[in-house]
Design a protein around this ligand. Structure first.
Ligand SMILES: [Zn+2]
Length: 92
């Protein structure tokens, strides 16, 4: 799920796409390993949930945000630093 910025607006197209994908994978989380990485940002966490371990990223921690495509759908993934490295490893 991608929630844009701090104003609470939700990109409904992304939301629907992800809900579909998540369902077809039966919640295994495997779909994130099919993502094609386009861009990466690292910055202060805003309390986002990590897409790999599904735990919140602490406010004081560094959050890795990946702009990616899954089956040609744009998605944003958020990771702890360690989870990002693990994700890259498991993807290759
Ligand atoms: Zn994590």
């Amino acid at each position: 799920m991608y929630i844009d910025g701090c104003d609470g607006t939700i990109d409904e197209a992304d939301l629907c796409g992800l809900a579909e994908s998540a369902e077809s994978d039966a919640g295994s989380g495997a779909m994130i390993f099919r993502a094609r990485e386009l861009r990466l940002w690292a910055g202060c966490s805003e309390g986002t949930r990590c897409d790999l371990c599904k735990r919140d990223i602490a406010l004081s921690a560094v959050e890795y945000e990946v702009e990616a495509e899954i089956s040609d759908r744009p998605v944003r993934l958020h990771f702890h630093m360690a989870c990002y490295l693990d994700w890259r490893k498991r993807r290759s």
